[in-house]
Design a protein around this ligand. Structure first.
Ligand SMILES: Cc1ncc(COP(=O)(O)O)c(C=O)c1O
Length: 444
């Protein structure tokens, strides 16, 4: 761990460009959270994820206030899967968030960051008996994706509270791959299955019930959040009547998007919160007995807090121009996986001539592209680039493909920075492998 301040006098020049990530160029050099990207890359090497702590706090507070101003009993569970860095989790724990976890190990991680078990909500798909029992023994709140999981709950392990993940039949996302509701979705249960599930839970003796959905990720349309809430609350009402239960907890999941392209309008979070809470008021009134309203934002909180710094290795000019950088689909898979657009900036100097290029990594796959046919300043080997909005599903989806150690992560705050995750080495990649003695070089 190392802490460094900004270079002397570095903040004296005016920012020339403020990016969606809050990063800005001063004297040609990109800065994030007051720290110079050149200094960060020199200090920790590349590829490097750099997260601005201040931005996470701002994002959290914005979404919290949007909802808390309109609904008294609010719970914001940060979606750990978006960015599971322990420092990021600790920031959000300090802010007062709960943790939305997709499995037992994420729940354990959240506890390591100081979250109390009852501030953790676990929504695991296709959970087995061992994990469910572990989750209940840890004392975390559980949200089931499938009624059959109730068969694993017996005897003394019966929790006071249970929630079910509903598939409301429709959802939206920035890509078909992140629509998590509807006929083709592997998640949640339809209304009929949910009625059976709550009846089964009631028969087990459970008396405190929640209802949950997560219909898709990355929507910028506030109206959509109102529509989808209405849909879920209609289902909740039907279940209440048919099963004879009341809900103490309504969880709408995450999905609040951030703009990725210049000129794209940000989600109007106040409008989304108004539409959602209006639906809640229409269903439950606004007395103290109204249920807790929960949301599980991931991308909205961390997406634009982070940039990925990478170094240009070589520039290949032919029929097309390819800029090869040291971050690929192994480092940041979203462009290859979802065709996601992430703005790329030259980070170490001012811009002169521009050219149309594709930016690629070093991985042996033709889908290893960070950007296709984009207009960028003419690059040279050694230049530094920043891939913006890389804080959600960035490091957390990285891999060791092509025997590449995972990158490092750094945190900046008001111009100071420190490493929060060391760069892996080859031994981390080889890690836990064992070669049978008969296959070793000495054996033959
Ligand atoms: C259950 C659940 N909650 C919350 C989230 C966070 O979504 P987002 O990052 O779009 O806010 C996800 C993402 O997949 C999820 O599956």
């Amino acid at each position: 761990m190392r802490t460094r301040g900004p270079r002397k006098g570095a903040t004296s020049k005016k920012p020339v460009k403020e990016t969606a990530s809050g990063a800005s160029k001063i004297g040609g050099v990109l800065r994030i959270g007051g720290a110079s990207c050149v200094e960060l890359a020199d200090c920790y090497g590349t590829p490097l994820y750099v997260t601005d702590e201040g931005r996470i706090r701002e994002n959290y507070r914005r979404i919290w206030h949007a909802f808390a101003n309109r609904w008294r009993n609010l719970r914001v569970y940060y979606a750990v899967k978006a960015n599971a860095n322990l420092s990021v989790l600790s920031i959000l724990r300090q802010e007062g968030a709960g943790a939305d976890c997709s499995g037992v190990e994420e729940a354990r991680l959240a506890m390591m960051a100081g979250f109390r078990p009852d501030d953790i909500l676990l929504t695991a798909s296709y959970i087995n008996a061992t994990d469910l029992k572990t989750a209940l023994a840890l004392g975390v709140r559980v949200n089931l994706d499938d009624a059959s999981a109730l068969d694993h709950i017996t005897g003394e392990g019966i929790p006071a509270f249970i929630s079910m993940r509903i598939n409301p039949g429709v959802g939206r996302g920035h890509h078909a791959g992140v629509v998590t509701a509807g006929r083709d979705s592997k998640f949640g249960m339809d209304e009929t299955a949910a009625v059976d599930a709550y009846e089964k839970a009631k028969a087990l003796g459970i008396r405190d019930f929640g209802i949950h959905m997560m219909a898709g990720s990355g929507s910028l349309d506030a109206d959509y959040f109102g529509e989808i809430t209405k849909k879920l609350l209609g289902i909740a009402d039907e279940i209440s009547t048919r099963v004879g239960i009341e809900f103490s907890f309504v969880d709408l999941g995450g999905g609040f998007g951030i703009p990725h392209r210049n000129g794209e309008r940000p989600l109007d979070i106040n409008r989304a919160a108004t539409l959602i809470t209006d639906e809640m008021k229409a269903s439950f009134g606004s007395s103290d007995r109204a249920p807790v309203l929960a949301i599980e934002p991931g991308r909205y909180i961390v997406g634009d807090s982070t940039i990925l710094l990478a170094r240009v290795r070589s520039v290949k000019r032919g029929v097309k121009t390819f800029v090869g950088i040291d971050a690929g689909m192994n480092t940041f898979v979203r462009p290859a996986l979802y065709g996601a657009y992430h703005e790329i900036l030259l980070a170490n100097r001012g811009e002169k001539d521009m050219e149309t290029v594709s930016v690629c990594g070093t991985i042996c796959e033709n889908t290893d592209l960070m950007a296709k046919d984009v207009l960028l300043p003419k690059m040279e080997p050694g230049d530094l680039v920043a891939i913006l909005n890389a804080g959600a599903y960035g490091f957390s989806m990285s891999s060791q493909y092509n025997t590449n150690p995972r990158p490092a992560e750094a945190l900046v705050l008001d111009g100071t920075h420190q490493l929060t995750r060391e760069r892996e080495t080859l031994s981390d990649v080889i890690g836990r492998q064992h070669v049978p003695p008969r296959l070793t070089r000495q054996a033959n």
